[in-house]
Design a protein. Structure first.
Length: 309
């Protein structure tokens, strides 16, 4: 046990010195940052994929096919009601809907590739048969219309299968997205704990660990310092000025040995630490360096007659 005591004291010194806390904070930041970015990218992709764009494309295709059947049926009922130009226009619109269906191989984020479904090629074949039989419209209109209506019916049946396929895929994607959201929700708790630990660690280090670099003095210079476990430290400015106990300073009240902080005896620092609140005024007299208004709660650094002007 006696042999372990120096090791325990050494570990305690390293921990209070901030090295382990710095390592933990840095590890949390390095590990969590890419994980958060990855998870957010997955959530964004899931939202994009479940946007339902394929629903719109298949509905437009069904609409054009229904209009094609309607025009062909009207032409059968009333021979003079629909002209060949009307039929040709609607057939071209149906082809246009097919040609504009998104292809997954093009990397479109909003679709699962409705154009790649096998029913789409079969629908195209039905419309192509109608187009190939077009000369029959001029020579035997009734026969052409009967044939064209049959092909339009077949295309509509295939389109309904496409609708079911799109709906099934969309429901699957929605379920996967919901599962992803639940997992991300659980991870947010872990990320939140890590962020809190990181924040508390940084607060601890900012209040207990002082380095001369915060006031522009390199640590390895003659005036540099790197002090661990500073007691009763209270930050005054963002740039690194503190009120704190300085038991190493044996010239308090007689010589200025500080690089910017207000050195106090341990008992005085303890009293200040226990009694001062955020926003209490600390007036430093005879300092050659004025305090900028942006460095800390700088409103108090401006006199009342100049404040707001």
């Amino acid at each position: 046990m006696l042999r372990l005591r120096p090791l325990i004291e050494r570990l305690r010194s390293v921990a209070t010195g901030g090295r382990i806390i710095w390592a933990i904070c840095f590890a949390l930041l390095v590990i969590s940052s890419p994980l958060v970015v990855r998870d957010l990218a997955e959530v964004r992709e899931a939202v994009e994929q479940t946007s339902g764009a394929d629903y719109w494309y298949e509905s437009q295709l069904n609409r054009q096919l229904l209009n094609l059947k309607l025009i062909l049926t009207e032409a059968r009922v009333d021979d003079l009601n629909r002209t060949p130009d009307d039929i040709r226009l609607q057939l071209d619109l149906a082809f246009s809907s097919l040609n504009n269906l998104p292809d997954a191989s093009r990397g479109k984020w909003y679709t699962q590739g409705i154009a790649n479904l096998p029913e789409i090629d079969l629908i195209r074949d039905r419309l192509q048969v109608i187009d190939d039989a077009w000369p029959l419209l001029l020579s035997d209109r009734p026969k052409f219309l009967i044939f064209a209506v049959e092909q339009a019916d077949a295309a509509l049946s295939l389109a309904r299968k496409t609708s079911l396929e799109v709906m099934q895929r969309q429901n699957t994607l929605t379920g996967q997205a919901q599962a992803l959201f639940y997992r991300f929700h659980d991870k947010l708790i872990v990320y939140g704990i890590g962020a809190l630990a990181l924040l508390l660690g940084l607060i601890y280090l900012m209040s207990r660990h002082m380095r001369s670099e915060t006031v522009g003095i390199p640590v390895n210079s003659a005036d540099g310092y790197d002090i661990d476990n500073v007691r009763y430290a209270m930050r005054l400015t963002y740039s690194g000025e503190f009120l704190h106990a300085a038991p190493w300073n044996h010239s308090l009240g007689r010589a200025n040995l500080s690089h910017g902080c207000v050195n106090l005896g341990v008992a005085d620092a303890h009293w200040v630490f226990e009694n001062f609140l955020l926003g209490d005024v600390v007036e430093v007299k005879h300092s050659p360096k004025p305090l900028p208004i942006w460095d800390g709660l700088g409103d108090w650094a401006v006199s009342f007659d100049k404040y707001g002007h």
